[in-house]
Ligand binder design. Sequence first.
Ligand SMILES: [Zn+2]
Length: 724
Amino acid sequence: MIFRMSKLSVVRFFLSRTFPKKLILSLFLTAFAVQLGLISCSKSQDRIHADVSSYKKAVDAVISPDIIDDTLKYLTSIPHVAASARNNELAEFVRNEWQKFGVEDVHLVPYDVLLSFPENIHVELLSPKKHKLNLREKSYEKDPHTKRTDVGIPYNAYSRSGDVTAPLVYANSGNPQDYDYLENHGIDIRGKIALVRYSAPYSYRGFKAYTAEKRGLAALLIFSDPKDDGYARGPVFPEGPWGPLSHIQRGGIPYDFIYPGDPLTPEWASTPGCRRIPIEESPIIPKIISVPISAEDALPLLESLDGEEAPESWRGALSVKYRLQGTKNKVHMAVNMRDPIERIYNVLGSIKGSENPDEVILVGNHRDAWVFGGHDPSSGTACLLELARAFAEAKKAGWKPRRTVMFANWDAEEFTLTGSTEWGEDNRDWLERNLVAYINVDSSACGKNFSVQSVPCLSPLIIQTMKEVNDPTTNQTVFDCWLKGPSERGTIGISSGSGKIDPIGSGTDHAVFLNHIGAPSMNMTFSGDYGVYHSMYDNYYWMSHFGDPRMLYTATLAKMWAHMIIELACNPLIPLDYEIYAQELKRYLKEWEEIHDPTKVKSEKLNALLSDMEKAASFLTPYVSGQKELAGHISAENLRKANRLLIGIERDFTDPEGIPKRKWYKHLVFGARFTYDDLLYPSLTESAEEGNSEGIQRALLLLESSVKKATSKLEQIVEALDVR
Ligand SMILES: [Zn+2]
C-alpha cells in the first residue's frame, strides 16, 4: 500500500509555525545571492574560488526545527521494523518527499535479504518455584503509543529456534573473562543457560552470543540492569530519560564482526535472484538461542540463585543478592523463529554536481526501527529529510555544488547493517573510484553533547564546522561547548588547543564505506542520557520530553551536516587533510609500540615513511584548509588530477585480502573488535596480541606499502598544483 498523507496533515506539515518566516528569509537570500552573482559555488570562472559561506547561509536559512519535529512525529507514529508494510510505506514517503523537494534522480533500490522474526518466545522458571516471564513492556497513560498492540515481541534477531531446559548461571556481561571467572570458581558452565547484563563492561550483544556459543552454553538471556540504564542513573520513563524496569533492549545478534550485510551473500550484493550460501553455512548466524529480557523479568531469575555471591563489580542495582549459580534452579526456554528472505528498500537521491558530477559526497541514515525509533533512527531520518530539503531549496535559488551530493536512506540497518552493506557491495567499483567521503548520522540527538567518530583527514573540517555553528541553548559555538563536554578518547592534534575526536570503528552504516571500500568516513550525533535504546519507549514522547525537545539539536546537526557537505562538495581542492592523517597514524603507532614494541625496532621503518607522508602532505595543508588559495595559473586538468589522486589516498590503506580471519574488513588502520570496540591497525594489533611474528611482519609490510603509495600520490598532487 502506498502512503498518502491526509489533507489536514499536509497542511500542518507545510504550514508549520515558522515556515512562512523561513520561506521569506530564503526568498530574500535568493534575491540577495542573485544580485551579487553568487549563485554557484562552481562557476567556471570561479575555478579556484568557491563562495562556500554564502551557500552555507542559504542552506541554514531553510532548516527549520518545527518542520523536523513534524517529520519526526509522522515517522514515529507507527512501529516500522525492516520489511514491515509501514517501513515500506516510509520508503515511499521519503522518495515522495525528496521528489517534491526537487532532489534529483530519486529512486528506490531493492535487495532481497535474509531477515529474522519471532513466531513465539517462552521463558519460564520451573524451580525452585514456577514463574512465567512476562517478556513485554508496560504501557503508560501519559503516552498512548505505549498502548499500541502492534509493538511486536521483543527478540534477538538471528537467534536460533530451540527448546532448552537447564540450570542458570549468572555471567555478568557475558564476556570471555566472565566465564573464566565462573570456571575458576569450579562452576561447570557447559549446557547451562547464561543470564548476562547488557553493559558494564559494554560488549556488542552478538559478541555475547558468540562467546556463549563458543563456551558451550545452551542458551542466553540478556537483561538491562537498572545500574546501567535504569533508575540507578536517574528518573525513568515517562518521568525521565532512563529505562523503566520493564524496558527491553531488542537487537540483532549476528556475528557481523566477521562480515556485515545479508548473512547469505558475503562480499556480493543481494540483488533479486542472486546466489546465496545455505543458512547452515553462514559463519555469522549464531547457533545458540538468545532472548532479551527486562530487569523486571531478570529479578525472579536472580532470586532463584542460591550459590556463591557474585563479586562486587558484577552486582547491579536490583534489590537481590547477585549470585553465580543455583543449586536447585531450572529454566525452560522455547524460541521459535522464522528466517525469511524479504525485500528491503534503500532510497537514494542526489543534487548533481555542476563541474565534477562524478565525484560524490555521500550522506546517509537508516530508516528501519526496532519499534517507533524515536531517537534511533527516526531523529536521524527527520534530520536527513530536512537536509535534503535545504539543499533542494538552495538549488531552486540557483546554488549548485561543484561535486554531486548523494542522499541515502538505508533499510534493515538494525539487522546487520544490511541495506547500506548490500548497496556498497553492489556499487563497489564505482564507489572506489568516485566516493569522496561518507558522512553518517544514525540518530541525531538525545542530548547536548556533540559526539563524533572520524578518520583523521576529515577532522579539521569537523573542527571548523563546530566553530561555525552555534549550540542552540547556550549561544556559544558547538566547539566551545564540546571542549567543556565529557572527554573523548582521541587526541587529534588541532593547533588551536585540546580538541579531541574519537577514531572510527564499525557498528553502523559507515562500515561498508570505511572498512570495506576505504573511503574517508565519519559518524556524528548529539549524545546524552538515553536509557530506552531499542525499547518501545524510544518514541516521540521520549524525544519531545527528554531527547531533543523542539528538535533544536537535530536542526543544529542538520546545519553542521550541511556545512561539511558544502565544504567537501564546493571547494576546488577537496578539503581532506593528510598531514593530520599521517600525524595521527604516528600517534596510533606510538600507542602500539608502547604495548608491543617498546624498543621501536619493528616500527622504525613505518615511522620514517609516515614522516615522509607528513612532509609531502604539509605542502598541501594551507590549501586544503582554505588558508591559501591556489594560484590562478593551475589548469583545470591539473586540478582535476589532484582531486582524483586525493580521492584515492584513503583507498591506499586497504588490503584486498582483508584482515586475518575477517576478509570483508579491508581497512588496515580502522577496524573493530568482536565487541565493537574500535581497533586501530587491526592486523598489526591482533598479530601482536597473538604473538604471531609472521603476522606482524606481514601487517607492517602492508602498512609500509600503503604509506608509500599515499606519499607518492601526495607528491604528485604537490607537483600538479605547483605548491612546493
Ligand atoms: Zn540506528
